[in-house]
Design a protein around this ligand. Structure first.
Ligand SMILES: Cc1cc2nc3c(=O)[nH]c(=O)nc-3n(C[C@H](O)[C@H](O)[C@H](O)COP(=O)(O)OP(=O)(O)OC[C@H]3O[C@@H](n4cnc5c(N)ncnc54)[C@H](O)[C@@H]3O)c2cc1C
Length: 273
């Protein structure tokens, strides 16, 4: 680290020295898992591993399927549908890999090759914390690039990555409400009052609907398909009522996380009024 004095008496900003680059294992390399090893991962996550192709692949040559292509064209801008497709994100530019001239659009001719782009090669459509642990462990064992994909809304394209294994959390939809939530290890077992626990793939619209049915309010954001428990809350989480209730993360009581060494779990809850 190098300290840089910008303007004496005003500020000092630390600059990080360039880090040594490290490339993850790539599909053409000997380190890449064999078909048997991918099958083994599939077994450990109860058959929830899929080989992923860009959503428009069914409109191009080898994968062409007229009926499926018609559906893709009709739903191309449908945010709910895109959220549920491991082969898509919400912003189609992040599905392309321009540096490698790879893209797959519905506008291009049927005879053109559908490039994989930045769409992950495999998707672990996880349903449980154990599935996530298995996928993280597999990625670590084979030194694979990992992409965590919830709604796919990330403006910076961080929920997709070229030649990666995707952890697709969008199918984790559990929502539970309790009247007096007691965080793990709370002094004296003291409760925090009303709380909702939501799994990693719950959309804001799903959370609002569930809270409405319970006549409760939740401090969360403005989009229907943004994930409540993913990138939204991890970046703070702005809300129309932020001036009154703070950020979504200010209201978090517990997080349940899978760590990189897959050994630790903690819990996550979000208060609501
Ligand atoms: C239409 C629209 C409206 C929005 N409105 C608001 C708003 O009102 N308030 C606000 O604060 N923000 C808003 N945002 C911004 C939004 O919160 C961010 O884009 C957020 O990153 C989306 O998170 P996601 O999990 O839904 O998306 P994803 O693209 O799936 O994920 C975003 C990032 O979080 C990571 N991630 C996702 N899930 C997990 C997980 N379980 N564990 C670890 N990492 C994970 C991904 O790898 C990626 O880096 C809006 C965005 C859009 C497109």
């Amino acid at each position: 680290m190098v300290g840089l004095s910008l303007i004496p008496l005003f500020a000092s900003i630390a600059l990080a020295a360039p880090e040594k680059s490290h490339c993850r294992c790539r599909p053409h390399e000997a380190c890449w898992p064999t078909n048997e090893q991918w099958s083994s991962l599939n077994s450990t996550i109860q058959g929830n591993l899929v080989a992923t192709r860009p959503i428009a692949s069914v409109c191009h040559e080898a994968d062409f399927d007229e009926a499926a292509c018609k559906t893709v064209k009709e739903r191309w801008t449908d945010s709910y549908w895109r959220a549920a497709q491991p082969g898509a994100v919400q912003w189609e530019n992040w599905e392309a890999w321009p540096e490698h001239h790879q893209s797959c659009y519905i506008e291009s001719d049927e005879s053109t090759t559908c490039g994989q782009g930045r769409v992950s090669l495999y998707s672990a459509k996880v349903q449980t914390a154990s599935h996530i642990q298995k996928a993280v462990d597999f990625a670590r064992t084979y030194d694979l690039r990992l992409a965590i994909r919830n709604s796919g809304h990330d403006y910076m394209g961080r929920s997709t990555a070229p030649e990666s294994l995707q952890i697709f959390t969008n199918g984790m939809k559990d929502i539970t409400f309790v009247d007096n939530f007691v965080p793990a290890g709370a002094p004296g077992g003291k409760g925090e009052g009303h709380a909702v626990t939501m799994a990693a793939g719950v959309h804001l619209s799903e959370l609002y609907k569930a809270a409405g049915e319970k006549k409760r309010t939740v401090q969360a954001g403005a989009s229907h398909t943004v994930g409540a428990a993913g990138g939204y809350i991890q970046a703070g989480g702005h809300s129309p009522f932020g001036a009154r209730g703070g950020l979504a993360s200010d209201n978090a009581l517990e997080f349940q996380v899978v760590t990189a060494d897959v050994s630790e779990l903690h819990k996550r809850r979000l208060t609501h009024g």
